[in-house]
Write a protein that binds this ligand. Structure first.
Ligand code: ZN
Length: 324
């Protein structure tokens, strides 16, 4: 139970199945088809995963639902030893990009998160994400919501969704807007897209972290560039294996990227969908690559260095990591 720092976690994607089932029952929404006999989420391939994900998140409809979701997710994080997490939140799902509605959702999420932190639970920060396949116009509205609510909770901006839809440069305006507002930047790339998709988010969006980025391994010149520039990868091995980006843990690129000097970190992405937790990720990496506590401590330190939070919070979390 090492203390862990998680940088890549979708709030809706982290919704525990039991929580979603409870909410569906309260609202009389029938989503029974998305669960297996053991009560976990079940899907056959990436496209089915998106359908199941959509059905599961359809029960989240109000700020209060998001407050409850935040508490449920942080409980799961704490159970895995996570002491600091960053979560992707989106005005697209919280109020349909209406600034007034977004503020209400955000208020609920933030209040729930601070109550958990005050009681000694994990610290949480939010990264507003635009959704790539919703297109650049909607991303602008999302970026404006992010810029209006930058603060001690919303500290970053990013892009998620279908990596094969559109080009990063289409979203430059949104990223410039977020940067000017003081937000730190990350982007999903190099999961479904190849090495060029990573080059594009670095050059066109100016991000300092890349979500996934694991397919950089297909281009060793890019790997060297990532290492030299100190770009941090938010690697989610269990997610990649569940969705078939790599066939198994031993074939995952994280170990080779690390060996070549890239600053890698470990996260869970949408943990219950991929039947994983941070603890499980650490165990599987230990099994696959013989990573020891020293290696995991280094990974957590890298993640904390790359975290989008203030210096006081970093210092507080650093103490927890050092104590272990
Ligand atoms: Zn993701």
């Amino acid at each position: 139970m090492l203390p862990k720092v998680e940088l890549h976690l979708h709030l809706e994607g982290a919704a525990p199945p039991a929580f979603v089932r409870g909410l569906a029952k309260e609202k009389s929404i029938d989503i029974s088809g998305i669960f297996d006999a053991q009560g976990g989420y079940v899907f056959t391939d990436f496209w089915h995963f998106l359908k199941v994900y959509e059905a599961a998140t359809s029960v989240l409809q109000t700020p209060e639902d998001y407050a409850r979701l935040t508490r449920a997710v942080l409980e799961q994080c704490a159970a895995s030893g996570v002491v600091y997490a960053e979560t992707f939140v989106s005005p697209d799902f919280c109020g349909g990009r209406d600034l007034g509605a977004w503020r209400e959702y955000l208020h609920a999420i933030r209040d729930a998160a601070s109550a958990v932190a005050v009681q000694g639970g994990p610290e949480l920060r939010g990264i507003v994400t635009c959704i790539r396949h919703f297109g650049p116009d909607k991303a602008r509205e999302t970026a404006l919501c992010a810029a209006e609510t930058v603060g001690d909770f919303i500290t970053g901006f990013g892009i998620a969704g279908d990596e094969t839809s559109g080009q990063p440069k289409d979203f430059r305006w949104s990223f410039d807007c977020a940067r000017e507002a003081g937000l730190r930047l990350t982007a999903h790339a190099g999961e479904w897209g190849g090495p060029q998709s990573i080059r594009d988010v670095l050059s066109d969006l100016g991000v300092e972290r890349v979500g996934h980025g694991v397919r950089a391994i297909e281009d060793l010149a890019l790997v060297d560039e990532l290492a030299e520039r100190g770009i941090v990868l938010e690697v989610c091995p269990g997610s990649n294996i569940a969705l078939g980006v790599f066939p198994d843990w031993r074939k995952h690129s994280i170990s080779e990227l690390d060996r070549r000097g890239v600053r890698v970190t470990v996260s869970t992405d949408d943990p219950p969908f991929f039947h994983t937790t941070m603890e499980h990720e650490f165990q599987m990496l230990h099994r696959a690559f013989d990573w020891d506590d020293g290696q995991f401590a280094r990974i957590s330190r890298t993640a904390l260095d790359a975290a989008f939070c203030d210096a006081d919070t970093k210092a507080k979390i650093a103490k927890v990591l050092e104590a272990a």
